[in-house]
Design a protein around this ligand. Sequence first.
Ligand code: F6P
Length: 304
Amino acid sequence: MNAAVRAVVRRGIADGHHIWGIARGFEGLVRGQPTALSASSVANILMTGGTILRTSRFSDFRNPEVRAQAVAALKQWAIDGLIVLGGNGSLTGAYELHRLGVPVVGIPASIDNDIAETDYALGFDTAMNNIVASVDKIRDTASAHDRIFVVEVMGNRCGTLAVAAGLACGAEAIIIPEVPTDFDAIEEQLKATYARGKKHSFIIVAEGAGDAHDVAQEIARRTDQEAKWVVLGHTQRGGPPTAQDRLMAALFADAAVDALIQGRHGMMVRSQRGDIGLVPLEDVVSGHKPVPLAWKTLAEILAR
Ligand code: F6P
């Protein structure tokens, strides 16, 4: 997020615009004051996690009267265009502001990578790398003790992060909300890997699919082997952004500033098959992004 904030500020200033930051997301539109952002105010944030603008979960924004207050505030502050950086909730809010006449452009950012109409959302690669690094460390214990580890990852109600991380980590099985859990198949998969001499294994569970502790208990019961569980939690979401996230943040921010300048409002910037482009926010909020189920199958084949 910081890499995107930096790029929006510097790209906007380069084009002769004044850039203001709104702290704490939509809550800041209603209850806060904008802060002028200079090129130097965003120095040294490219490599830091989190967001200097801070954020909030602001459910009051679902209330039309609260959204009207936000529109009034933007008018009062003489802000000509708004860039909203966030996941499905933020982009829905952005779409609602667009419908109220606010010139708005969205930038997809969510470690869940569950935003329709874009292949990529900022944060996903950093979260993936955090998960892979954690699993690599846990593997030392797993292999030394011949243990099964059930690792719960984030993703909200979506299994994309679990599937991609499971594939990247070489997990034996991946449990996601989109597919009913088949413990018989997991047991059979573990037995197949043990038949070729492997003595430890990893099961990745998406948080939306259930509890790692319950899964570990069921697996231990079925295999008669020690099964530990780890919930990676917010460790996945922090730390320095990867090179991929910094690159995508710069490209998305550049396209978002361009779109605002060209009057292409009510859009979200997106990456599709390697190209950066724009898509109406309406399509984003009404769309659905499928989970790459083929990757789950592939992970299971490769682990055998
Ligand atoms: O949407 C991003 C995400 O990290 C989800 O994967 C997770 O369920 C949620 O946010 C956690 O939110 P919070 O930090 O508010 O608990």
